[in-house]
Write a protein that binds this ligand. Structure first.
Ligand code: SF4
Length: 228
């Protein structure tokens, strides 16, 4: 497991060459995306947890189409806890994997009501005990809703781009997160993921990345780079 976040977290010392490379990457991301945040619409931490559960194997755009009606119909954690699972599954049908997602959401609502006074816990170890809140989801909720840098969100974009930019050699998200937590300053953990996710959607896309418009093309040695 990645190391727990502490106020005393210090990034590991990199060689000057690697440190310079990392500075270049962070500067390019800041230049491209100075004010990014989570693309999932939400009004509070609970809604963000629901939206993040729904976003598994689904686009944020699709989730953002479903959640306004969903949060109108179920305006509280208790309302989600009381809905029959088949009905919730129907409500979220278009996001895919609706049976598992509806079970997770109802399970999360009950867990929060029964064990956390109806509040989202602000501690990652506690949040990880809530159904549907695996590490990526927990990091999204803590980082975006509370500004708590509990770890680095590793989704498919972060995974691909950190491999292309040689920030990790790992393919397992937990190990990638551990590598990123080791080299990034903790005050970059939240923004880094948001920036890389935008970068992965707009420029460093999975197939045929748009390298001609990428500010990192001079330092990138990815085998699937599309410019020399
Ligand atoms: S040069 Fe291409 S592959 Fe490398 S980071 Fe930029 S877009 Fe991605």
């Amino acid at each position: 497991m990645p190391a727990a976040a502490t106020k005393t977290h210090k990034p590991k010392k990199l060689s000057e060459k690697k440190a310079e490379r990392l500075r270049t990457i962070l500067a390019a991301l800041d230049m491209l995306y100075p004010n990014v945040t989570c693309a999932l619409h939400h009004g509070n931490a609970w809604e963000l947890l629901v939206a993040t559960i729904l976003s598994a194997q689904c686009t944020d755009e699709r989730v953002n189409k479903v959640t306004p009606d969903l949060f109108r119909k179920y305006p509280s954690i208790r309302a989600f806890a009381n809905v029959p699972q088949a009905e919730l599954a129907q409500d979220i049908h278009s996001t895919g994997f609706f049976n598992n997602k509806s079970k997770s959401i109802i399970g999360a609502a009950n867990k929060l009501l029964n064990e956390f006074n109806g509040e989202i816990p602000r501690d990652i170890d506690q949040l990880l005990t809530v159904p549907g809140a695996a590490r990526k989801t927990a990091n999204v909720v803590l980082g975006t809703a509370f500004g708590i840098a509990s770890g680095v969100v590793v989704d498919t974009h972060v995974q691909r781009i950190c491999q292309r930019l040689e920030l990790t050699k790992e393919s397992d998200p937990v190990k990638i997160e551990r590598d990123l937590m080791a080299i990034l300053p903790q005050d970059r953990w939240i923004s880094f993921s948001h920036q890389v996710i935008h970068f992965g959607r707009n420029i460093c896309v999975a197939r045929k990345p748009k390298c001609a418009e990428c500010p990192l093309q001079t330092i990138c040695r990815a085998p699937d780079k599309t410019v020399p």
